[in-house]
Write a protein that binds this ligand. Structure first.
Ligand SMILES: Nc1ncnc2c1ncn2[C@@H]1O[C@H](COP(=O)(O)OP(=O)(O)O)[C@@H](O)[C@H]1O
Ligand SMILES: [Mg+2]
Length: 298
């Protein structure tokens, strides 16, 4: 199944039923975002909640690095489309708009779960400040001209870091591209690669960045036809039952994080024998994302 670089996802059949299998890349130690069994753990913990996730059916720690760890999960029917990024029309405009609204409400449901009730009290907590540093570490490893000026953006973010909220389960990459939906109904939240306990607004800022047609400036069948960022933010706040302070800063952090993650993807792509032109085409967006982050954090 199409996807990212830190783990591999396969469609398969297992004991007579369709499944999806997540495998860490072989040859590398399965730590941090490559630790696929950490994904299985949170999915198991969420199984009895109102947050839909595929059912984890089997786990194998393997013998890394040669034999990577993997887990097997139920195959959930549905599509995962990022309406303002992917150039694919898989639902009507109205259905896609409802999907975005459903996603905003579901994100509030996720953030409403008490970590203690999920037996996550011992899990380390990440503060917004640590989020900045995490993406700085990534930015230090890429070709500097790709992301010129990122240090200034990091400094502006540091100077205005809001007080953290009570930690909750943060997905880390919550957007329609990581949800499976049929019609307007969200069937499963996928891709728990970078979940953590932390400030819920990290997810909100990221979700809103991806729901804003100006972030990546792409033209898709849904451009200009999705609910506004303001509407989605209001919907989230209403579902969460509280006002969401300092959202602008978290949108800035999201733009900064996107510049960091995309610059890493560009770096890896350039090392390939045949680089993907679509990835290289993201290069001009990196500067724009940093400008956006600077504007929002000022
Ligand atoms: N349990 C599942 N059932 C059906 N499809 C899945 C399942 N898990 C993943 N997929 C499909 O595989 C794609 C990639 O999976 P994802 O977990 O988002 O990994 P990544 O984006 O890191 O490659 C998803 O967009 C989805 O289409
Ligand atoms: Mg994904």
């Amino acid at each position: 199944l199409r996807g990212g670089a830190s783990s591999l996802t396969y469609a398969a059949e297992w004991r007579g039923q369709p499944v999806a299998v997540k495998v860490a890349p072989p040859g590398l130690s399965p730590t941090r975002n490559r630790d696929v069994l950490r994904q299985a753990r949170i999915m198991r913990l969420l199984a009895d909640t109102d947050v839909p996730v595929p059912e984890v059916l089997w786990e194998d720690p393997g013998r890394p690095p040669e034999r990577p760890p993997l887990f097997v999960m139920s195959f959930v029917d549905g599509t995962s489309v990022e309406p303002l990024f992917d150039d694919r029309a898989e639902a009507t405009t109205q259905i896609m708009a409802e999907r975005l609204r459903a996603a905003a409400r579901l994100m509030a449901t996720l953030h409403g779960l008490a970590p203690g009730a999920l037996r996550l009290s011992d899990e380390p907590v990440g503060a917004p400040r640590a989020e900045i540093e995490r993406w700085c570490r990534v930015l230090r490893t890429v070709d500097p001209p790709l992301v010129a000026g990122w240090e200034d953006v990091a400094a502006a973010l540091r100077a205005a870091t809001p007080t953290p909220l009570e930690p909750v389960v943060v997905h880390g990459d919550f957007r329609l591209g990581n949800l499976l939906a049929t019609g307007a109904t969200i069937k499963a939240v996928l891709d728990w690669e970078i979940w953590s306990l932390g400030d819920p607004r990290v997810d909100v800022g990221w979700f809103l960045l991806n729901a804003d047609p100006d972030s990546y400036g792409r033209t898709t069948p849904y451009t200009g036809r999705t609910p506004s960022v303001e509407e989605l933010a209001r919907l989230y706040a209403r579902s969460a039952g509280r006002a969401v302070a300092d959202l602008r800063w978290f949108q800035a952090l999201a733009a900064f994080k996107s510049a960091a993650t995309w610059s890493l993807i560009v770096k890896h792509n350039r090392r390939r024998t045949v680089p993907d032109a679509a990835v290289e085409a993201m290069v001009p967006a990196l500067g724009r994302l940093l400008e956006l982050a600077a504007r929002l954090s000022a």
